[in-house]
Design a protein around this ligand. Sequence first.
Ligand SMILES: Cc1cc2nc3c(=O)[nH]c(=O)nc-3n(C[C@H](O)[C@H](O)[C@H](O)COP(=O)(O)OP(=O)(O)OC[C@H]3O[C@@H](n4cnc5c(N)ncnc54)[C@H](O)[C@@H]3O)c2cc1C
Length: 347
Amino acid sequence: MAKIWVVGGGIAGIGLSHTLRSRGAEVFFTDDQKAGGSSRAAAGIINPVTGKRFVKSWRFDEFFPFARLFYQEMETFLGGSIWQEKAITRLLRTPEEINDWSVRCTQPDYQALIGDVEEVGEWSTLLNPGFKAAAILGAARVNFQHLIAAYHHRAQQEGWYEKKSVDLTQLPETIKKYDAVVLCEGYLASNNVYFPDLPWQLAKGEALIVAIDGEKAASINSMLKKTHTLVPLGNGRFWSGGTYQWHYPDAEPSDGEKSTLVRQLEEVLAVPYRIEAQWAGVRPSVKDRRPFVGESPVLKRLFMFNGLGTKGALLAPYWANHLADHLLENKPLDPLVDVQRVFSKNL
Ligand SMILES: Cc1cc2nc3c(=O)[nH]c(=O)nc-3n(C[C@H](O)[C@H](O)[C@H](O)COP(=O)(O)OP(=O)(O)OC[C@H]3O[C@@H](n4cnc5c(N)ncnc54)[C@H](O)[C@@H]3O)c2cc1C
């Protein structure tokens, strides 16, 4: 039985530990829950159609069923609600946006995923006038906050989890006790000497948790997206965000980003709201927008699973399974995600 240590307990670390354990490996799992963890701040949205031109996400049709199966299995394993398939109400305002959307609707590849432009539906009484809307149907939300808390709790109870900061300078010694060590450090990997000079493009993001009174807000089911996104959490509470910052002094919530979030929210929202919390995290994004999966060029049996960028909810289950194939069955890594794509270029 392979003995593997997974360091980092965001969605990458959880995705990998669960996959390895369900395939028979002996897994130890460590996380320090430091400020800036991306998964804990995230909305957990899986959106098939993104960007200004509404382009379908990379290999969406392949990754989505994988994600659904994984998170539904996590619900069975942990209890509580983790996976919800729900539509996104995509707000459209300018004639160009409406035109681009209408063109997409005619393309066969998009027809099961997006609906025609129409009036704003269930959100209409909460929003400023002047918007049209269209439904994104093939979307989902992963409740990362519950998943992380419940997974750490379960692993702790069963004795294979430790909450601590791993001193990476000790790795050349400690790695001898394992068949492999996999670092799932999120943005903190940008300082990792075992995977030097990777082309990171880290993006800090912040979000608010807001509450809106009244039955209308409490009964909203779909997520809402313009530049700003609102995700219903139940009982009139919403995840509201997020921002993108490429230069930032620390990973903590900031007053500057709070003002940006309030301004963006009020561009769409017409009703009063209360701010209940502010969250911040740093997205482990990569210049070529592909994950980093693979072995260190300087320490054998030390691996990385990272670079999930803005799409951890969709990508983590598939690539965790891919890395498990490599670790447990010695299958080759896809060169598109293999971290060697960077090191071989630098030779
Ligand atoms: C505001 C915001 C909104 C987002 N919304 C979405 C969304 O809607 N949908 C989506 O798919 N993605 C979203 N993302 C992106 C998503 O959060 C990331 O893709 C994903 O969570 C990255 O997960 P990870 O496990 O790689 O990193 P993290 O979640 O950052 O986890 C890394 C963990 O490793 C721990 N760690 C690091 N070093 C050590 C060490 N030496 N010892 C012990 N522990 C260590 C860290 O403390 C942390 O807990 C969002 C991100 C932000 C910031």
